[in-house]
Write a protein that binds this ligand. Structure first.
Ligand code: GLN
Length: 544
């Protein structure tokens, strides 16, 4: 059995330094050298999964093929590594405690006092090993990103488990990379190393000596400064790396490679690997950095103030934009604004070449979204609706084309005469909220000669879901008699997965009950995003 190598990534000084991007970038660099790599994330919060957390607080809930509602960093791992993650790639404190408490109730620890050390830490270590076991020792390297900032009470059990684990597998089989901040103080005109020194000191207090320091900074770290950090933090000078602010997150692995980050990691792990193959990645990053033109896409969602709430959607546009040699400027539209009579919708849409209506829950801003869709349909502006976006498109069509007055979704109104969107039958008996939606990957069959088929170029697809409501089959006939096409169905035909309008009525009008944004990757833009952006480019060319 080959020896798996373990890399732990911790964060210091402040949150939001980009541990997820750093882990994903390292994963990509090692994979591009021919190694088999995966990444797992440890999250210190007590929630069993992030599924019930507001995207306003914690950003998007990412969904994996196996139906796990995950931290958004798993999305970065997939987009960089081009590999599917699963529930095993994310562990929360809640899961760890849940498991240990269940075992205690079953009597597994009979006689023992159940404690953070060793019971909680053992469960954390089991979850690191489990990746190796379940994959039958497939991976050369497992990267573990520890959420939170060193010094927080919450992440202590994870750090203690990591310390024990590193001791068990031994030096050169495991390393700690500490991501830290070297702030620039403009009044002094200097980069400051003290916060990094303090953060390393905190790590040392819990028995962890970092092997590599990855220093985020907005200015270049001089050699002198690197040497100073190395000396005070007890790290080799060549292992003090800089991660300078980048224009695009996809540039980060290329910048880190220039810093010889992957070389140093391999050396510390005593691992040999081929030269990195980064040509394709490089080419795409250049396209992101020098687009031929910019197009404006209106995006209607509920959490417009926090773009992280729709991370996978915004990234999908970066991928599709690069493919089409354009940069996509997202114009976040407050759908509640569209509900006011005083709003001039022509003004809002004057520069817009496409409309995307986001997934979401609850009735806030729904009427505004329906107004936006009506405008896009009537003015032949390319339209793409995702999940709730599909449901709003069906409501709009039912009301304004089929004449079903006040048609609505049961999610928004209890007493609806024309309930064109209703709770899925099996959801009616479900009362618990956590992990109880229709989640994860399901097959879908695409109608030949449809816009959907033009995008995918195949009949059988699998896409990820996260919803409770669906198009009410009682209204299929009236919707299709009035021109709506159901271009994607579940294999037994019982669930509508995609709708569209015929191309002679509208140049690009498509919506999906599933979430295509979860499967878009930099090197493989999602086909619907790709074609939607293409159609938006054509629309903007017509306008000029
Ligand atoms: N709220 C809708 C449902 O549960 C849509 C969910 C979504 O957009 N992800 O069906």
């Amino acid at each position: 059995m080959k020896q798996t190598k373990y890399i732990f990534l911790t964060g210091g000084v402040v949150s939001s330094l980009g541990k997820g991007i750093a882990s994903a970038s390292l994963g990509l660099l090692l994979k591009s050298r021919g190694l088999k790599v995966t990444i797992q994330k440890f999250d210190p919060y007590i929630n069993v999964d992030p599924g019930t957390m507001s995207p306003l607080q914690h950003g998007e809930v990412f969904v994996t093929d196996d139906g796990y509602e995950a931290d958004l960093d798993l999305g970065h791992y997939e987009r960089f590594l081009d590999e599917n993650m699963s529930k095993d790639n994310n562990t929360t404190s809640g899961q760890v405690y849940f498991e240990v408490i269940q075992k205690e109730r079953k009597g597994n620890y009979l006689g023992a006092t159940v404690q953070v050390i060793p019971h909680i830490t053992d469960e954390i270590k089991r979850r690191i090993r489990q990746i190796d076991e379940k994959s039958k020792n497939k991976y050369d390297v497992i990267i573990t990103e520890i959420g939170g900032t060193v010094g927080d009470i919450e992440s202590l059990p994870f750090l203690e488990a990591m310390r024990q684990f590193m001791l068990e597998v031994g030096k050169s089989n495991s390393i700690c990379i500490h991501l830290t901040l070297v702030p620039y103080i403009s009044a002094a005109g200097e980069l400051k190393t003290k916060p990094t020194q303090h953060s390393v000191k905190t790590l040392l207090e819990i028995g962890i000596q970092p092997d590599i320091l990855l220093c985020r900074s907005e200015k270049i770290l001089t050699n002198e400064l690197r040497k100073k950090i190395a000396l005070f933090c007890n790290v080799e000078a060549e292992a003090v790396m800089q991660s300078i602010d980048a224009k695009s997150i996809y540039e980060v692995p290329l910048n880190l490679h220039k810093e010889k980050f992957d070389n140093v990691v391999l050396k510390k792990l005593n691992l040999s690997a081929g030269n990195p193959q980064l040509n394709k990645w490089n080419r795409i990053v250049n396209k992101i950095k020098s687009p031929r033109k910019e197009i404006n896409i209106a995006i209607c969602g509920k959490y417009n103030v926090v773009p992280d709430a729709y991370k996978s959607i915004t990234e999908s546009f970066v991928h599709a934009g690069a493919y089409n040699n354009v940069s996509v400027k997202l114009n976040w539209i407050d759908s509640e604004l569209l509900e006011k009579n005083s709003t001039n919708i022509d003004d809002i849409f004057s520069e817009i070449s496409g409309l995307l209506v986001c997934p979401g829950f609850g009735d806030r801003g729904i009427e505004g979204k329906i107004t936006a869709i009506k405008y896009a349909r009537e003015n032949k502006i390319p339209f793409f609706g995702i999940c709730l976006g599909l449901q709003c498109a069906v409501i709009e069509f039912a009301r304004n084309v089929c004449g079903l007055k006040n048609a609505n979704s049961k999610e928004f109104k209890d007493n609806v005469r024309f309930n064109v969107i209703d709770l899925m039958e099996y959801q009616k008996s479900i009362k618990v909220k956590g992990g109880s939606m229709r989640l994860g990957s399901y097959p879908c069959i695409i109608l030949k000669k449809s816009l959907a088929y033009k995008c995918y170029k195949k009949e059988f697809i699998n896409e990820r879901h996260r919803h409770r409501y669906e198009v009410n089959n009682n209204y299929r006939k009236i919707l299709s008699d009035n021109g709506m096409i159901f271009s994607g169905l579940s294999p037994d035909g019982s669930l509508i997965e995609m709708i569209e309008l015929p191309e002679d009525i509208h140049p690009f009008f498509i919506a999906t009950q599933f979430h295509p944004e979860f499967k878009s990757r930099l090197i493989k833009p999602h086909p619907i995003f790709r074609e939607f952006v293409k159609s938006a480019v054509e629309h903007s060319n017509k306008k000029c």
